[in-house]
Design a binder for this molecule. Structure first.
Ligand code: FES
Length: 590
């Protein structure tokens, strides 16, 4: 068919036909605006849901540990589970007695399984554990759970990590490496993984059959070296995962990354061993290991805090206050959880920042090993309660979610504007009255031409009008709070009131008295006989002289009024109390 024939065969449609069809579609369409979501937002919600609902569908018993299979529950609106990277963890929400808490567990399944609506986690029963014992005893097939989206940075990044990864694992720290090995076997990840798995005895090795099977399936990409510390057996390495043992399996031509997952003492030990191998820091990754437990061994942990209990005032984002006890050896997060406060948390080791809260007052201790706050947070007094220990009574603002923060800040700013306006009106009204009094006192003849009440009322009216304009234009209230904040003064301290009152009283006095004195001089000149005016100095000179006379007494009066009344006014407009603290902290003013 030629191009000409093709064109000939096209239906004979005119522009009129097209317009007719279009109008028909428009007329038949619904009146309401179509609802749609951008694909990027839909994807973001699927990848990072705030919460996921799952049900336990299978439990594999491994003596002192269990592998739980979690499948997507019908309560999950998306009907899916969020995808993850091998090495990440999920955080489970638990209610044990009166305590509301979370626990992070590494996923030990392949990310591919998440696409089928399934996760697997490995939970080891710790002898002195709290949550792990509860999980071990209470979780059954059918138990419904609320979990977080997968999180964590313990993942292989081709752009950062060497192609050969040494996974150094101890106990249940094997979980993320099983996930990595699964991901390598099914083609999700592409790197070579050598796992050094340390256990006390052969019987303590978790998931040995699965690890051996993964090694076989991986075409040489996964290798597992079992290291027994309390037993010597053929086919196993003996001792600990030392620098010497690691060097036995690496050659000089290859580059390696070292991923560590296990208990805290193992991290301390391996840090030293890896140092012996002169490995650049960027090639070492340590997984978040949950709660820090060795405060009493820390050199910088102040001696004598061991048995102390402090009062912690917890202010939540709804503005409610609760005073709870907290031991110096337990984190602020644990104290809140024990008291039944649903404080946010995920990693519980200072890494994710999900628990970030504002410390309003009090002294705390954060171990150096888990100190991962940004510099801004350190300066502004934000803490990670999951790894922060009280050293005194404290006041802490928690759970400030983004929309609530915005609302609180807006609310607080509105109240501050009201406070500013009320204070300006009060100060300027008093100044107007004082100015009228001083004018009459300095010039008793003034009352001959203007009755006393008119004198007072007109002065007050002018002052108040100027005061309102000042309040609407100048941020004197904000200036006062900045001044107080710079001096570290907080309400209800007297220092705060004294500093906070300065800009509003000085600013109002300067401007109001300037205007009022002009008005007074102008009125006096306009009512004086012409001969008297001729003897008077020029208007600007009279104006400045009059202003000078007014300045000192009005300054004293306005500052006194501001200092005496501002605490009551701020109370009346609701600028004190926990809600205001939440707003202030959220806006970064403190
Ligand atoms: S829970 Fe992750 S930093 Fe506190």
């Amino acid at each position: 068919m030629t191009k000409k024939d093709y064109l000939k065969d096209l239906p004979d449609i005119t522009v009129d036909d097209i317009v007719k069809d279009r109008n028909k579609i428009i007329n038949e369409a619904s009146e309401s605006f179509p609802k749609f979501e951008y694909n990027a937002n839909v994807l973001a919600k699927e990848l990072h849901p705030k919460v996921q609902y799952v049900k336990i569908t299978d439990i594999e018993d491994l003596d002192d540990a269990k592998i739980y299979t979690l499948e997507v529950d019908k309560k999950n609106a998306s009907g899916k589970l969020a995808y993850f990277r091998a090495g990440q963890y999920i955080s489970i929400s638990l209610k044990i007695g009166d305590s509301i808490l979370t626990r992070p567990y590494s996923l030990c399944s392949s990310p591919k399984e998440a696409l089928e609506g399934r996760y697997k986690i490995l939970v080891k029963k710790m002898v002195d554990g709290f949550a792990s014992i509860y999980i071990n005893e209470e979780f059954k097939v059918g138990t419904e759970l609320e979990i977080s989206a997968p999180s964590g940075f313990f993942v292989y990044e081709a752009i950062r990590d060497a192609k050969n990864v040494f996974g150094l694992a101890g106990g249940s720290g094997i979980a993320p490496f099983i996930s990595m090995a699964e991901a390598i076997c099914d083609g999700t990840e592409d790197f070579n993984l050598t796992i050094f798995y340390g256990s006390r005895k052969e019987e303590n090795i978790l998931c040995k059959d699965r690890l051996d099977e993964l090694e076989k399936r991986s075409n040489g990409k996964v290798k597992v070296i079992y290291v027994l510390s309390h037993e010597e057996k053929e086919g196993y390495e003996h001792g600990f995962i030392s620098a010497e043992l690691i060097s036995k399996y690496q050659n000089d031509t290859n580059k390696y990354s070292y991923f560590v997952c296990g208990c805290q003492p193992m991290y301390d030990y391996l840090e030293e061993e890896l140092q012996k191998l002169n490995i650049a820091k960027k090639f070492i990754r340590m997984d978040a290991y949950g709660e820090y437990r060795l405060t009493e061994r820390d050199n910088d942990f102040v001696n004598g805090f061991g048995d102390k209990t402090f009062n912690i005032t917890v202010i939540t984002n709804d503005g409610k206050e609760r005073v709870i006890p907290a031991k110096s050896t337990e984190t602020l997060l644990v104290a809140m959880e024990r008291a039944g406060i649903k404080a946010p948390s995920k990693c519980r080791s200072g890494e994710c920042g999900f628990c970030r809260s504002k410390l309003a007052t009090g002294e705390v201790y954060t171990p150096e090993k888990v100190e991962r706050r940004r510099q801004y947070d350190k300066v502004k007094g934000y803490v990670h309660p999951c790894c922060t220990y009280p050293k005194s009574d404290c006041r802490i603002l928690v759970n400030c979610e983004e929309p609530i923060i915005e609302r609180k800040v807006k609310d607080m700013k509105k109240k501050e504007r009201t406070m500013n306006l009320v204070m300006s009106i009060l100060i300027s009204a008093a100044m107007g009255a004082l100015a009228a009094f001083l004018v009459m006192k300095g010039n008793p003849d003034a009352t001959k031409t203007t009755p006393v009440p008119v004198m007072y009322i007109s002065n007050i009216l002018i002052s108040v009008t100027v005061g309102i304009i000042i309040a609407l234009i100048l941020p004197l209230g904000k200036l006062g709070r900045m001044l107080a904040s710079k001096a570290n003064a907080k309400p209800p301290a007297m220092k705060f009131t004294l500093l906070n009152s300065l800009p509003i009283s000085v600013g109002n006095t300067l401007i109001v008295s300037f205007v009022v004195s002009f008005f007074g001089v102008f009125m006096a000149r306009s009512k004086a006989p012409e001969s008297a005016v001729a003897d008077m100095p020029p208007l600007p000179i009279m104006w400045i002289a009059n202003w000078g006379k007014l300045l000192i007494p009005t300054l004293i009066l306005s500052y006194l009024i501001s200092v005496l009344l501002s605490p009551f006014v701020s109370q009346a407009v609701g600028l004190t109390g926990a809600g205001a603290e939440v707003g202030r902290a959220a806006s970064g003013e403190e």
